[in-house]
Design a protein. Structure first.
Length: 272
């Protein structure tokens, strides 16, 4: 099957630290291939060759790509060797830059994993924000709306979850709420300042394509009601009525990368 027929690629982020840096790079790269999405599987805190080899074998089994951020030379050498033996694509995110810096400065790197994650207040705020985004994703618990710095609302497939995670890495606590005609919006949406709420909308035809691709990825017929133009129009009209009632900012995410939408959201939040 040709690569462009896939709507999702599997990428293992292998790291001797938490893997945040690698995941951010993957998300930034995959955003350039929308509506293709990435199933990012972290393999964090790798400190021995045996564990490293296990994840390489998993990547091979799932026909995945590996992006690694390893600073220990012995682990770097082993992943290169083993990935080549197993015919797995493995991309070194840090190696060439570290080598260039060593040559430029005439100094060896400290070779200490995780130095970019100094355990300070700033780092813990990011971790807390990421955990918050996971907990309050897709209205699993509506109390998160009252605790959030930002609340994203919109119909299915308007990038609410990836935006929540991206903004979490900027240390914002984000809850996201799906809007569907069959469900009453939570009352909490109307109890918080409207400037905290961001509505996400999208072009009908563009969403039609995205939803059909999603159905194909799930092995379902793209003729399902979820992807019909009539259904999409009904959902978008309903969502527009809700965001008008709230009085919040609405951003059209059609053909916009997650980073671009996030930038507009942050600009709005910081100006209020």
């Amino acid at each position: 099957m040709a690569a462009d027929e896939h709507s999702e690629v599997i990428i293992y982020v292998v790291s001797d630290s938490a893997g945040d840096t690698g995941e951010l790079v993957v998300r930034a790269a995959v955003a350039q291939f929308h509506p293709i999405t990435a199933d990012i599987r972290r393999a964090p805190f790798i400190h021995d060759a045996a564990t490293l080899e296990r994840f390489v074998l998993q990547a091979k089994e799932h026909k995945a790509i590996i992006l690694y951020t390893l600073v220990l030379p012995e682990l770097c050498e082993r992943i290169v060797e083993f990935a080549e033996e197993q015919s797995v694509v493995a991309i070194d995110l840090l190696g060439s830059l570290i080598s260039s810096l060593e040559n430029k400065t005439n100094r060896r790197s400290r070779q200490e994993p995780g130095l970019n994650h100094v355990l300070d207040e700033d780092y813990f705020r990011k971790v807390e924000a990421v955990e918050f985004a996971v907990k309050y994703d897709d209205m699993r618990d509506t109390t998160g709306i009252l605790k959030a710095d930002i609340v994203l609302v919109g119909v299915s497939r308007t990038s609410k979850t990836p935006l929540s995670m991206y903004l979490a890495h900027k240390k914002f606590k984000v809850a996201n709420v799906p809007l569907m005609p069959e469900l009453e919006p939570p009352e909490e949406l109307f109890q918080i300042p409207k400037d905290k709420v961001i509505g996400l909308t999208i072009n009908v035809q563009y969403l039609n394509v995205i939803r059909k691709e999603r159905l194909k990825a799930l092995g379902l017929p793209d003729s399902a009601a979820y992807a019909t133009t009539a259904r999409i129009e009904r959902e978008l009209e309903y969502a527009a009525a809700i965001t008008k009632r709230i009085g919040c900012l609405v951003i059209d995410v059609s053909h916009r990368a997650v980073e671009e939408t996030a930038s507009l959201i942050l600009e709005h939040i910081e100006s209020n």
